[in-house]
Design a protein around this ligand. Sequence first.
Ligand code: C5P
Length: 307
Amino acid sequence: MPQFAKSVTATVPAKVNLALGVGPLRADGYHELATVYQAVGLYDEITVSRRSAGSGITISAAGPDAESVPIDRTNLAWQAAELVSSQADAEPDVHIHIDKRIPIAGGMAGGSADAAGALLACDVLWRASLPREQMAELASELGSDIPFLLYGGTAIGTGRGENITSAMARGSYHWVFAVSDRGLPTPKVYAECDRLRTGSQVGEPTVPPSLMEALLAGDPIRVGESLVNDLQPAAISLRPELDLVLEIGNDAGALGSLVSGSGPTCAFLVADEEAALDLAVSLSASGLCSGVERATGPVGGAKLKES
Ligand code: C5P
């Protein structure tokens, strides 16, 4: 390994929320959550390369949806590089290349994955070696679900989703994802959730014990039965066609289905690879979604390679 790498590549997985309990709106504008994340084998690759002194940050993107990736400071990966540079006392002169495979604004933490990748890659590129807790803190500053992507696996998220405790989970799970080419902005989905709940008492969010038991047992049938997402009614209210997409999975015998995070991606848990292929064909033929992805979970968190 060269002493000073010219570039560092981070491979970061997407996530699906097996349970997403949404509590009341807090004074800081966030909602209290009780969620169970699972990292799935769908990856963005973020490569951070040195640039000459004083030349600043640039971003490029590749992949089918590359033209929708912001290449300015609004990209969380850019902000991640700035954060690490200030902590590491390094000049932020880097090019960030994002090979985008995770759906954009799809409820699978695509933008968050790029931020997590940039954080970790910059830390290695600049030999900052920031402590793990500090990295998790920077991650949570950038977004609620970014700390989880540093760890991967299956984990419980509390607070606004940034406090991570790893979950006791067995087994490997087969997922099919129905992707929409029109993303849903997360704040809009939370706001719709609040609107739909107007006048009703919202309690503290909880993780369903049945889900935790099923994960501990490694029982995909019971995991499928326990999937739950409090944001789902809001996502469907904004995109009524998602109900039809979810129905396709139910008709095809999926073990469980739900909107992934704030949507609009729909996630289906199926029994095996063959069932995943069959469902992928049905979803593609329906014309109701713009793409279909298959992946297994849980997978580990971000991985790094120097060159
Ligand atoms: O944390 P992140 O930047 O990903 O959140 C995006 C938006 O989603 C927030 O600005 C907020 O509107 C909403 N959100 C929320 N409660 C959470 C997480 C996100 O209301 N726990």
